[in-house]
Design a binder for this molecule. Structure first.
Ligand SMILES: [Zn+2]
Length: 130
């Protein structure tokens, strides 16, 4: 793409660049609730687990403290993602954890990981997941 002076980028061009940039610096998560609600959430690889909680909070404006899990099973085991100052990249690259998280979509779709969200209403869960 030509970024020379006088070249006005269209919104579509900006969006395409932005999409590429997001994928190189961020993990893409699908933040999912047991009721089926979900939204795509890019998160910088260098940002911390604490910040993950904070930024998802900004998005959903929860009325109760939220809990995040790498799977629905871990949600039911009450093993939430810890509120640590560790980067999400370090956390996900742990070999045991790495074996357990699987991208949601097949290539050439981007790598998207699921994160389960409990916004304080998980006791109502009737979801059946594998
Ligand atoms: Zn559930």
């Amino acid at each position: 793409m030509n970024h020379g002076l006088g070249n006005v980028l269209t919104y579509e061009e900006c969006l395409k660049e932005y999409n590429k940039q997001i994928r190189s610096n961020n993990y893409l998560f699908l933040i999912k609730k047991c009721c089926g609600y979900g939204f795509l959430f890019p998160f910088n690889k260098e940002a911390t687990l604490q910040e993950l909680y904070r930024f998802i909070g900004y998005e959903i404006k929860p009325s109760k403290p939220i809990h995040l899990y790498l799977s629905h099973q871990l949600m039911h085991l009450n093993q939430e993602i810890p509120h640590l100052d560790t980067s999400i990249e370090t956390y996900l690259k742990d070999p045991i954890r790495n074996r357990n998280i699987k991208p949601l979509y097949k290539l050439p779709d981007p790598v998207v990981y699921e994160i389960y969200l409990d916004d304080g209403h998980h006791s109502d869960c009737r979801a059946i997941f594998g």
